[in-house]
Write a protein that binds this ligand. Structure first.
Ligand code: ATP
Length: 215
């Protein structure tokens, strides 16, 4: 099977994540996407996160009606912080008959040089990055990766490239202009995020547990 791993804090999960997983599955012919809920990533700021319990619960609720998309608590159940290298190493060495790719937005590509074992990540594993409004990556940003740039191929939505070790891609899927930050801000300021942004059931959970009202 071809399996995508979409790592994130999912604080909360939103429809931009689902659109991302669906579009990448189509282009790369993936059978399944694991939504890997992470502990605080080492490169994210000091903002207080909702508890891992709530973040995982929201991810489960947000994926209830999405075939082929499964929440995973593998990183949450391991030591903090979460490192993508450990996750990819675990899954690719345990499930050797399957192929894995790590899915991420272009904001992650911009800072991948800060990730643990960045060179190993891009030379041994497969990544699919998608352009995200506000953080589009162009030739200048790719150049900053030096020789690693050669491991990242820019592909369009109509192509059907193959994931494989050391093969990473950057593509444009017309990502939705939504982020967890925007949803948290709207809730804090008393606005209701629309059903185009976040699942109504996830929103109900947020209201019930009074998440994001103070930060
Ligand atoms: P925050 O606003 O708190 O930083 P986020 O919306 O970026 O959160 P994360 O859980 O950090 O959500 O995202 C997980 C992954 O999904 C990241 O690689 C991120 O780039 C990507 N992603 C998030 N939102 C979108 C979107 N609207 N379109 C495409 N990719 C997205």
């Amino acid at each position: 099977m071809k399996i995508g791993i979409l790592g994130g804090t999912f604080d909360p999960i939103h429809l931009g994540h689902c659109h991302l997983a669906r579009s990448v599955s189509k282009i790369f012919d993936l059978n399944r996407v694991l939504f890997m809920v992470s502990n605080r990533p080492p490169h994210k700021g000091k903002r207080e996160l909702a508890s891992s319990f709530h973040r995982f619960a929201m991810t489960e609720i947000g994926l209830l009606d999405r075939n082929g998309f499964c929440p995973s608590r593998w990183e949450l159940d391991r030591d903090k912080p979460s490192y993508t290298i450990k996750t990819l190493h675990h899954f690719s060495s345990k499930y050797t008959a399957d192929e894995f790719c790590f899915i991420a937005g272009s904001d992650s590509l911009q800072e991948i040089y800060l990730w643990k074992n960045c060179v190993e990540l891009l030379t041994k594993y497969s990544f699919v990055f998608v352009q995200r409004p506000g953080t589009k990556v162009g030739p200048a940003e790719l150049k900053l990766l030096g020789p690693l740039k050669r491991n990242i191929q820019v592909v369009c939505e109509k192509e059907r490239p193959m994931i494989g070790p050391g093969q990473s891609f950057l593509t444009d899927i017309n990502a939705l202009p939504v982020s967890s930050t925007l949803i948290r801000k709207m809730i804090r300021s008393g606005q209701k995020p629309s059903s185009n942004m976040v699942s109504p059931f996830v929103l109900r959970y947020i209201k019930k547990h009074r998440l994001y009202e103070k930060y």
